[in-house]
Design a binder for this molecule. Structure first.
Ligand SMILES: Cc1cc2nc3c(=O)[nH]c(=O)nc-3n(C[C@H](O)[C@H](O)[C@H](O)COP(=O)(O)OP(=O)(O)OC[C@H]3O[C@@H](n4cnc5c(N)ncnc54)[C@H](O)[C@@H]3O)c2cc1C
Length: 527
């Protein structure tokens, strides 16, 4: 029997938690008066059945081996002294801010947060987490909606101080630290008339987005973010610092291009940057009454559009404030957010048939610096909102699916809730499904249904809407989902997403992280 998910049980000042993967039970007590902290790990055999397992009577009958690890003041002090970046504990004034991630629904309390200033800090933190048998989470930008950049009771290896970006204008490359955000990269590359294909919100972390694949405005023209990745440097579970590229540790390089944070802590990314400076882009909106017609037009338009024309389809509620005209405030509408990267002087001509098919109710499309387009929606989606999403890859959009979209779009539960269909054809689709772990290159869209609201009281409302919408549409999907658009949804969904590439990922996982130290992620199970 395997337990699903994380169970947490608190009595007084004691916390008992246990997780499925390792069959381990951790008990932690804290006596503030004598400043003693202790952890106890009861390790049970990996594949034995425990049908009657219960936390309060397991230890005598079912324990196979016991390891007691003392995490006391002296151990922590030595760890703190060896870090250049710093260590944050629960009684530190910065703890409450440091433990927060982008999604306000996630409320996890790590035992330690190691702020890593450099690779040496990362090596120290990995060693400490492994030796102390702590649950280890890796934090890049902290944007993951499932909260995979943080954990309860364990160690967070936080790379946010490592946010450097170094552009080589001759080679047109960008070397990016493992804790950088996309806005850091956009800023640094724009000065050289360059851009790295990223997502559509600039506060997202480079690491998590890249390790999951990376889709955004430049996908149709230059491919996924991983298609522009030349090399990584990383710290493995055993503490080794290695490089991976097409020429060095090629199996590892294959795995990190879509396999997430399963294989180690990536301390730097080397990207091929592309010549992008000023786009012709922004949103066009149409009334809901035109949505069915617009969706039908869009499905055939985007299938044949040239690579330099990108547009994702959306259902939205117009925000009640500038720059939106008052008569549209709070209206539910459909829209397409465009990004044309061809010659600007040709843009009006390219957009003429788009505009003339059906005149938009609002047309905000025009020349825009690439970093401005990248950050256009940052203000609408600040950190701390309640966030629940469900996703699928989609190959075709039949009329029956369009009808279901309209049914649920009419019920958008809050102003920030939305549905996006990101096209992934064009350059991204010309890479083979087994060239990287990302095996839905033949799909047309990565679709995501997003329930968002600032008010925690609306958590159920937005989650239920997203689940019902997704359940109705799932039958029309390709099966798996973009790994970065998933909450914690279980092994079946992860397998469906990696398809035929899963077994190869599992073999590489076994080679580089056999004890599954890095398991706070969309976890690849070691075979
Ligand atoms: C508002 C919003 C908009 C988004 N838009 C897009 C989009 O347009 N395109 C797109 O592709 N995705 C998009 N995403 C999804 C995004 O790619 C994922 O949420 C991604 O996980 C965020 O990366 P992060 O580094 O910020 O996350 P974190 O929460 O820090 O980490 C996420 C995962 O990556 C692992 N990880 C992080 N850093 C490292 C590292 N240095 N080494 C090894 N593993 C690491 C962690 O272990 C964790 O499993 C969006 C998400 C949000 C919330």
């Amino acid at each position: 029997m395997r337990f699903n998910g994380l169970f947490r049980w608190q009595f007084g000042k004691f916390v008992v938690s246990w997780k499925d993967e390792a069959y381990d039970v951790r008990a932690r007590g804290s006596d503030r008066e004598c400043r003693l902290n202790w952890w106890m790990t009861l390790v049970l055999p990996g594949d034995a059945p425990y049908p009657h397992y219960a936390p309060n009577r397991s230890s005598t009958r079912q324990v196979w081996a016991i390891e007691v690890t003392m995490l006391n003041e002296a151990t922590i002090a030595a760890f703190r002294a060896s870090l250049r970046g710093g260590l944050i504990e629960p009684d530190d004034p910065s703890y409450e801010v440091a433990r927060k991630v982008y999604n306000g629904m996630i409320d996890r309390r790590p035992r330690l947060i190691a702020r890593c200033a450099d690779v040496a800090d990362v090596m120290t933190a990995v060693k400490f987490g492994r030796e102390q048998k702590l649950l280890v989470a890796i934090r890049g930008g902290g944007h993951n909606a499932g909260g995979l950049g943080v954990c309860d009771d364990g160690l967070v290896i936080d790379l946010s101080p490592m946010n450097y970006v170094r552009v080589d204008p001759e080679k047109k490359t960008a070397l990016v630290g493992g804790g950088a955000l996309w806005r850091d990269v956009d800023h640094a590359t724009h000065g050289f008339g360059l851009a790295v294909p990223a997502g559509v919100i600039s506060t997202t972390g480079v690491a998590g987005l890249t390790l999951g694949g990376g889709i955004g405005y430049l996908t149709r023209r230059y491919g996924l973010t991983i298609d522009n990745l030349l090399a990584v440097e990383m710290v493995l579970a055993d503490g080794r610092f290695v490089k991976a590229s097409a020429k060095e540790n090629a199996d590892l390089f294959w795995a990190v291009r879509g396999g997430g944070g399963n294989f180690g802590v990536v301390t730097s990314f080397l990207f091929q940057a592309q010549p992008v400076h000023t786009d012709y882009g922004g949103p066009m909106l149409w009334p809901m009454e035109d949505a069915a017609e617009m969706m039908r037009w869009y499905r055939s338009f985007i299938a044949k559009a040239p690579d330099d024309v990108y547009g994702f389809f959306a259902f939205i509620t117009v925000p009640p404030g500038p720059p939106f005209p008052e008569h549209l405030h709070s209206k539910k509408m459909c829209g397409i957010v465009w990004c044309y990267t061809g010659p600007i002087k040709k843009a009006e001509k390219v957009f003429k048939p788009i505009r003339s098919f059906k005149v938009p109710a609002l047309d905000m499309v025009g020349p825009i610096p690439h970093p401005a387009l990248q950050s256009l929606f940052d203000g609408l989606y600040p950190p701390g909102l309640q966030w629940y999403w469900k996703a699928d890859f989609v190959r075709t959009l039949p009329d029956e699916a369009i009808a279901l979209h309209l049914k649920h779009a009419a019920k958008l539960p809050t102003m920030q809730s939305t549905m996006h269909m990101y096209p992934i054809n064009g350059a991204a689709s010309r890479v083979k499904n087994n060239a990287t772990p990302w095996c839905y290159r033949d799909a047309m869209w990565a679709a995501v249904i997003v329930g968002v609201d600032p008010d925690p009281a609306n958590k159920e409302k937005i989650s239920t809407w997203a689940k019902e919408y997704w359940t109705d549409l799932h039958a029309y999907s390709a099966g798996g989902a973009y790994i970065n658009f998933m909450m914690e949804e279980g092994e079946d969904r992860i397998r469906a997403t990696y398809g035929k590439n899963y077994d190869r990922l599992a073999k590489i996982k076994k080679r580089y992280d056999p004890a599954n130290l890095f398991r706070v992620n969309q976890n690849i199970k070691v075979k």
